[in-house]
Design a protein around this ligand. Structure first.
Ligand code: CNA
Length: 252
């Protein structure tokens, strides 16, 4: 595979790698991305995914939101793949400083990574919008399923998880379209990227802003892109490895 040997050598020589990734990192774990041919944007729904995953839609059509969310994003049983595992291993070896991810699936932490900056939040954390009570992934999944089994599909609360303490609606700690990113996560990400020796970008179409704009802070000369398809930033890369990220990382 072209570029693989160079990447291998750069990784061996470095102890300041930063990884920036997206949905393509988890497709080999069975979680569909947005923009690939079998991604969510090419499947049929009553509304486009970016509409369903917006703040306005969540507030106005909460039941519709949870139907899509439960079907496509609240996936149980997904396991980290070779890419997640290799990144965690590099961190343990002191080679990698941080994983910055647009993913919300929690697979990097499951693989053992510690410094994970989640730009778009996580399905693992959920809070009641009224009283703030915390709920984990499994509890929310159970509540969504129970509500789906007990209520009529036309009920406005169909599949909507409710708080045990106050009855309020539970919302995932996921950054929806129209919502802002966490300042602290952004500041830390900028610092890691600005000081990185190697920036490896993988499994992302680099079209979702402001996240994709973070790579502008990189000042080094080892910008690596590991992606299945071309991105608008390919011309800026010092090295491109075209392939499946799990397969690529298992050879590093
Ligand atoms: P995207 O726009 O769907 O792009 C994915 C990119 O990854 C494409 O360029 C693909 O060609 C590429 N790709 C797919 N599979 C592989 C693979 N095995 N190896 C290498 N490259 C691959 O996704 P982005 O992350 O760029 O878009 C940002 C959105 C998608 C973020 O807001 C995420 O929250 C959101 N998302 C997250 C998940 C998740 O958490 N796993 C799933 C679906 C969408």
């Amino acid at each position: 595979m072209e570029g693989l040997e160079t990447l291998k050598q750069w990784v061996e020589e470095s102890n300041n790698i930063v990884f920036f990734g997206g949905a393509g990192v988890s497709t080999e774990s069975g979680i569909p991305d947005f923009r690939s041919v079998d991604g969510l944007y090419h499947q049929k729904y009553d509304y486009p995914p970016e509409t369903i995953l917006s703040h306005t839609f969540f507030m106005r059509k909460t039941s519709e939101f949870y139907k899509f969310y439960a079907d496509k994003l609240l996936l149980e049983g997904a396991k980290p793949n070779a890419a997640h595992l290799k990144l965690a291993e590099w961190e343990r070896m002191g080679k990698l400083k941080a994983v910055i991810t647009q993913n919300i699936d929690g697979l990097h932490q499951m693989a053992g990574s510690k410094e994970v900056l989640e730009l778009h939040g996580s399905v693992q954390r959920n809070n009641c919008m009224k009283c703030g009570a915390f709920y984990d992934f499994h509890t929310v999944k159970e509540k969504v399923e129970r509500s789906g089994a007990e209520l009529d599909a036309k009920d406005p609360d169909y599949m909507v998880p409710k708080c045990d303490k106050c009855g309020g609606t539970i919302k995932p700690d996921v950054v929806l379209y129209e919502e802002g990113l966490d300042d602290d996560v952004i500041t830390k990400s900028v610092n890691y990227i600005a000081n990185a020796d190697i920036l490896i970008i993988g499994g992302t179409s680099l079209v979702v802003y402001p996240a994709a704009g973070l790579i502008d802070y990189y000042r080094g000369k080892k910008l690596v892109l590991v992606n299945l398809s071309a991105t608008p930033q390919d011309s800026r890369a010092d090295l491109i490895v075209r392939g499946k990220i799990g397969e690529v990382f298992s050879q590093l």
